[in-house]
Design a protein around this ligand. Structure first.
Ligand SMILES: Cc1cc2nc3c(=O)[nH]c(=O)nc-3n(C[C@H](O)[C@H](O)[C@H](O)COP(=O)(O)OP(=O)(O)OC[C@H]3O[C@@H](n4cnc5c(N)ncnc54)[C@H](O)[C@@H]3O)c2cc1C
Length: 308
């Protein structure tokens, strides 16, 4: 390993360190290039070390959860991509609240919380992200969002390696958005959930999954909703109204099933997706005077074909 960055990371981090990892394999859109380095962190000290090494090398970091809301550029990520390892999973009941590991996948959490009689988390059963990503995005569905039940989050700050507890009110949660600083990696979240009947919660989850299968593409690579809904309207409705359904650029296509989903086929590039996003924004803006805002987080260099 001749890259000094990789050598330093390997020396200081207990978890896995690799160079040139293909981020397309870590995202649900399945497009995009490699990360210069990928680190799977198992301890807060690892996160602190990644922060130190990045700053020493003048490099940026990106946290990758399940990559279910990421569009990585074809050139990839020139810095360090961070994933939380297995040690950041777990469900810990704390009396009236429950602390959840940030690396937990939402669908699995929803099922296990239902099994333990916790209500109020069923909405997450069909959101294929991690809890950490859900905090960052204030993910939500079916009339609920993460912030509804959130009490506080624990974060590790990459800029100085400290662990901090942030109460919900400091997170600046709004629709699909938080004000978490760029250097804050969510390592756990504490929720206050109601108690409920297991069977009822499981039925609710089955209903949500059935609804998804019927209304959204479930077997094709996507990032879920591409755009946030503008106030009082629906991005999917607007895209459909401008004839966007089925519109394709290279291997990226607006789903026939749901106009706010872009699906990719093998061979698609991030540029295809990005170009299609820009085209839909232009079409909607010319007809409705509203520029749709991407919900998907763009990672890497997208200087072409234009900013959003
Ligand atoms: C089929 C499908 C359906 C979807 N449906 C919904 C839906 O109904 N509602 C909804 O809200 N979303 C939906 N999404 C989008 C996505 O699942 C959510 O935004 C999810 O919360 C992202 O989690 P993630 O772990 O995949 O994050 P990623 O996509 O990996 O990252 C998203 C952002 O969070 C940051 N991040 C990730 N982990 C952490 C962490 N531990 N600490 C700090 N920052 C972090 C990343 O750096 C990035 O900025 C859907 C996606 C798909 C593919």
């Amino acid at each position: 390993m001749s890259d000094p960055l990789l050598e330093e990371l390997s020396d200081q981090v207990v978890g896995e360190v690799s160079s040139g990892a293909e981020l397309s394999r870590l995202t649900t859109l399945r497009v995009g290039g490699p990360a210069r380095a990928l680190v799977v962190t198992e301890r807060d000290e690892d996160l602190a070390a990644v922060g130190r090494v990045c700053q020493a090398h003048g490099l940026d970091w990106v946290v990758v959860g399940r990559g279910s809301n990421l569009l990585v550029s074809d050139a990839g990520w020139p810095g360090v991509a961070i994933r939380l390892g297995r040690s950041y999973r777990g469900i810990e009941p704390l009396g009236a609240t429950v602390r959840l590991g940030a690396a937990e996948a939402l669908p699995s959490l929803a099922m296990r919380l239902a099994d333990q009689g916790y209500a109020g988390f069923a909405w997450a059963a069909a959101v294929p992200g991690t809890l950490g990503g859900a905090v960052r995005m204030n993910a939500g569905a079916h009339g609920s969002e993460l912030g509804d039940h959130l009490v506080e989050v624990d974060v590790v700050r990459l800029s100085n390696g400290t662990r901090e507890t942030w109460p919900r009110d400091l997170l600046g949660l709004t629709y699909r958005h938080s004000e978490l600083p760029h250097d804050a990696v969510v390592v756990s979240a504490t929720l206050r959930l109601d108690r409920g009947e297991r069977e009822e919660i499981r039925e609710e989850i089955s209903g949500i999954r059935a609804w998804r299968r019927e209304h959204q593409p479930s077997n094709e690579p996507s990032c879920g909703s591409v755009f946030t809904n503008p106030p009082g309207d629906s991005a999917g409705r607007m895209v459909e109204a401008v004839g966007g359904k089925g519109l394709a650029v290279g291997g990226a296509k607006v789903s026939e099933r749901h106009a706010n989903f872009i699906v990719t086929s093998p061979g698609a590039s991030a540029t295809d997706v990005r170009t299609l996003i820009a085209r839909l924004q232009d079409e909607v803006e010319s007809q409705f005077g509203v520029r749709l805002r991407p919900e998907v987080v763009m990672v890497g260099d997208f200087s072409a074909p234009g900013e959003t």
